[in-house]
Design a protein around this ligand. Structure first.
Ligand SMILES: Cc1ncc(COP(=O)(O)O)c(C=O)c1O
Length: 389
């Protein structure tokens, strides 16, 4: 079989990592449901056991992701938060310190507040994160720098090559939440970053029917991530691994459509009266556009926009949408809409939210794989009906 490093992107999606069962000739990785194996050891010599993540059904999507991210190793986990917590705690010990960008997914923010502090791990949150501002927050105890780009929900872009270079110079482990971009649009490891993290619930699976996460990187760092995931029990069960591998086979195809559709919707919104700001890295007006052009191969399916109206009119707009479904989460084939203030960032105080730009009239769209014309028509009609013009 061709080495994944020699495969094109679509071929990696379809074939990398697969564990075909030649004894029966099926063309997909079989779903191994057993939790007990008869003294059967994997390549690393550990007995096969689902919590160890070494069942072939679990290894297939992990190796597919490693191939797509260009990492030596990857592990799939029970959620994006399992991936984030395992990655951070693979490096940080009591007394250590981490530097993170301030506008992170709300759940990550919550993890810092509720868990890192309790474990005696310090951290600094850096607004308008760029490599220089992140470096200014580094202390002698800092061990890790963590960014999310594009960020949820304001699509802020962080210069990953700059962060990686700073981390190397200061002896830090650099971690990137690559959920919004997906490995098709952005490859942080190739830009010099150390660990890449996903909420696989989103684009990797792509069908809004699975909660999972993943981490990829170089083998020595991944050994510690794996140990944390196994000890905390955050491994992904085999049924979900089967679904995840199936979803990932069409990742490159789906991302091409997400990229195309989101660009069309962003351009429509940017020209629409009543919309005071559109946050999409593909628009030349986006402050991170130049960096995004350098480090991304597509700008993704996520965007958010600010409505210049009262919160009641914004509510009426979302209520009036017919194709776009109001829901938390993102990255599936169906277009989803939400108010981040009451979903992803609901656990933040109003002051914290406003400080990072999450207002009450900020709308986030996860642009799906329907026809762009249908999505735009839905948005136009609901805006007209809500009197937003
Ligand atoms: C950017 C980002 N990272 C991580 C997560 C957490 O992932 P999960 O819900 O799969 O734990 C999310 C969830 O919305 C997210 O948007």
């Amino acid at each position: 079989m061709m080495k994944p490093s020699r495969m094109g992107e679509h071929t990696r999606c379809v074939r990398a990592g697969e564990r075909l069962d030649r004894s029966v000739g099926g063309v997909t990785t079989p779903l191994h449901t057993a939790s007990a194996y008869m003294a059967c050891q994997d390549v690393e010599g550990a007995y096969r056991y689902p919590r160890y993540g070494n069942i072939p059904t679990q290894m297939a999507p992990a190796d597919k992701l490693a191939a797509l991210e260009g990492g030596q190793a990857a592990m799939v986990m029970a959620s994006g938060m399992a991936a984030i917590s395992s990655a951070l705690l693979s490096v940080l010990n009591a007394g250590d310190h981490a530097v993170l960008q301030a506008d992170l997914y709300g759940g990550t923010h919550r993890f810092l507040l509720a868990e890192l502090s309790r474990l005696g791990i310090g951290y600094s949150l850096v607004a308008d994160a760029d490599p220089a501002r992140l470096e200014a927050a580094v202390t002698p105890r800092t061990r890790a720098v963590y960014v999310e780009t594009p960020s949820n929900p304001l699509l802020r872009v962080v210069d990953l090559e700059g962060v990686a270079a700073m981390a190397r110079r200061r002896g830090l482990v650099s971690m990137v939440d690559n959920t919004f971009a997906s490995p098709i649009n952005q490859k942080p490891l190739a830009l010099g970053c150390d660990l890449v993290i996903h909420s696989g619930t989103k684009y990797l699976n792509g069908h809004s029917d699975l909660n999972c996460g993943a981490v990829a990187g170089a083998a020595p760092l991944m050994a510690s991530v794996r140990e944390r995931a196994v000890n905390f029990g955050g491994t992904l069960n085999t049924y979900d691994c089967f679904l995840l591998e199936r979803g990932m086979k069409t990742l490159a195809l789906r991302m091409a459509k997400h990229n195309e559709n989101a660009m069309a919707v962003a351009e429509f919104l940017a020209a629409r009266p009543g919309v005071s700001a559109v946050h999409y890295p593909g628009l030349p007006s986006h402050p991170g556009h130049d960096v995004a052009k350098r480090q991304m191969r597509g700008f993704g399916g996520m965007l958010s926009f600010e409505l210049a109206c009262a919160p009641e009119a914004a509510r009426a707009f979302v209520d009036g949408l017919e194709l776009a479904l109001e829901a938390v989460s993102l990255g599936g084939v169906e277009t989803l809409v939400c108010f981040p203030a009451v979903t992803s960032h609901a656990k933040m105080s109003r002051e914290e939210r406003l400080a990072i730009g999450v207002t009450d009239t900020l709308v986030r769209l996860s642009v799906g794989c329907e026809d762009a014309d249908d999505i735009i028509a839905d948005v136009r009609r609901a805006m007209d009906a809500a009197g937003i013009a």
